[in-house]
Design a protein around this ligand. Structure first.
Ligand code: AMP
Length: 460
């Protein structure tokens, strides 16, 4: 870890890196919650960040999703709030002390779920607010008093300007996935939010990638920050096997199904660049009788929840998503990510493949690259500083026909890039499938309105 170039370069205090949670100086109720989560040792970002947050430092942390970054800020912030924990019914005794800003509703909800998990033995209150749903329920909860508020920037501003929440006692501000907040154009909102906050506070900025914009943001939001880094700059996760298959655009759907079937992949997150393509791929899979759901920014909140819930319960095998919608999904043991279309921004490739191989597990990221995407591939290779050699598609075994379903709406096109199985670089079988019986994802909450029909693919 080091001080950020150009921002008050101050040397980092020499801190011992803790090898287990007991050495981190966390209170017993927090340690008990961590234990109940099944965590044995702190992840590298937790080892580095927790002592610095406890020491009161502003932090600029570069950590990809799946590194345990949420606990890296939630655990020490809970610790810092322990002296304020009280069971009083009075809202005045529960002012907002920690504010966590996240770019998407899904990430906000997921962060809040972690807060609930880690806070379960403390009487600190928390809630999450995000757009797309009625403000009234959120207002009532905010008025009741919460110490920890997780929010998307736009909705927080709505609440702050309508005075349904007071932010004048915020001691801790976390900007989670700050790069994505900037990409999504939240800078003006962030600056306005700053006006509601005390200048004396501790600020933690988390970002998967660091560029000049992020450093600029840090300059206006942070004071004497220390930089913590757990992955090399702009590199992709090491525990993710990255494969590239050269496939004609019109053969991609067949290639996708072939990869999933021949490798015995239990669940797959499929990325497209556009909402239109996500819809097209999702619907074409559904027409083939495949259990597929679609998630993108044009989908109503209830649809997004339903899609995720279907995936969480294992009812949906393919979740087709655009980058923004998929951002922040924490999917435990997600075995495989497929780039149906390569992203325009190489950073998004890193984010996408970070959805698999989380928390130390190995994962597979397959990119289906059509001739017109060669330049995007070259850009990604430069960004991650790694050559992604193309390999042939895995051969379909006779026992696993490409289409094992009854409803086949489209004829199977011959796969231009298909070649013998021996050339496949990954084993066929269950290596990338789930070994556990339970659903693969630890995602999100149930649909807001359970009376709405579930918008996942039919089961037959
Ligand atoms: P995050 O990067 O915060 O999205 O976390 C990714 C996943 O790692 C989540 O499912 C966490 O529950 C899990 N996790 C966080 N910290 C640890 C830890 N110390 N040991 C094992 N799993 C962890």
């Amino acid at each position: 870890m080091d001080a950020i170039k150009g921002i008050n370069p101050e040397t980092t205090p020499a801190l011992e890196v803790a090898g287990n949670f007991d050495e981190l100086g966390l209170a017993a109720p927090i340690l008990a919650a961590v234990k109940e989560m099944g965590y044995k040792t702190p992840t590298p970002i937790q080892q580095q960040a927790i002592p610095l947050v406890l020491a009161g430092r502003d932090l600029m942390a570069q950590a990809q999703t799946g590194t345990g970054k949420t606990a890296a800020f939630v655990l020490p912030l809970l610790q810092k709030m322990v002296p304020h924990a009280n069971a009083s019914a009075s809202p005045a005794r529960h002012p907002v002390r920690a504010l966590v800003l996240a770019p998407t509703r899904e990430l906000a909800i997921q962060v809040h779920e972690s807060v609930v998990d880690y806070n379960k033995h403390l009487p600190l209150r928390s809630t999450v607010v995000f757009g797309g749903v009625d403000m009234k329920v959120q207002q009532a909860e905010l008025r009741g008093g919460v110490e920890i508020l997780v929010a998307t920037p736009g909705r927080l501003l709505d609440h702050a300007t309508s005075r349904s929440v007071l932010l004048s006692q915020v001691q801790f501000l976390v900007l989670d996935e700050a790069d994505r907040m900037l990409d999504m154009g939240f800078l003006p909102d962030l600056k306005r939010i700053l006006d509601f906050l005390p200048t004396q506070r501790q600020t933690l900025l988390f970002s998967a990638t660091f560029d000049d914009n992020i450093v600029g943001l840090a300059r206006s939001f942070l004071q004497n920050p220390l930089k913590v880094e757990v992955a090399r700059r702009n590199t992709s996760a090491d525990n993710v096997e990255q494969l590239v298959h050269k496939v004609r655009e019109e053969d991609k759907l067949d290639a996708l199904v072939r990869v999933v079937k021949t490798r015995g992949i239990a669940q797959v997150l499929v990325f497209t660049r556009t909402k239109v393509c996500a819809d097209k791929v999702g619907h074409r899979l559904q027409k083939r009788g495949i259990q597929a759901a679609i998630i993108h920014g044009d989908k109503a909140q209830v649809e997004r929840f339903a899609a995720l819930e279907g995936f969480k319960q294992g009812k949906v095998q393919y979740l087709v998503a655009t980058d923004i919608a998929a951002r922040g999904l924490d999917i435990v043991e997600l075995p495989c990510v497929v780039n149906y279309e390569l992203p325009y921004a190489p950073e998004d490739y890193v984010h996408r493949i970070g959805r698999t191989g989380r928390a130390g597990a190995s994962g597979l990221a397959v990119s289906l690259v059509s001739p017109d995407e060669e330049r995007l591939l070259a850009g990604i290779e430069r960004f991650i500083k790694r050559d992604l050699k193309a390999s042939p598609l895995p051969e379909t075994s006779p026992s696993q026909p490409l289409r094992a379903v009854a409803t086949v709406a489209e004829p199977a096109a011959p796969l231009a890039a298909s070649t013998p199985a021996a050339a496949s670089s990954a084993p066929v079988g269950s290596r990338f499938g789930r070994t556990r019986a339970e659903p693969v994802c630890a995602l999100l909450q149930p649909p807001i309105n359970r009376s709405e029909p579930a918008l996942v693919a039919p089961q037959s």
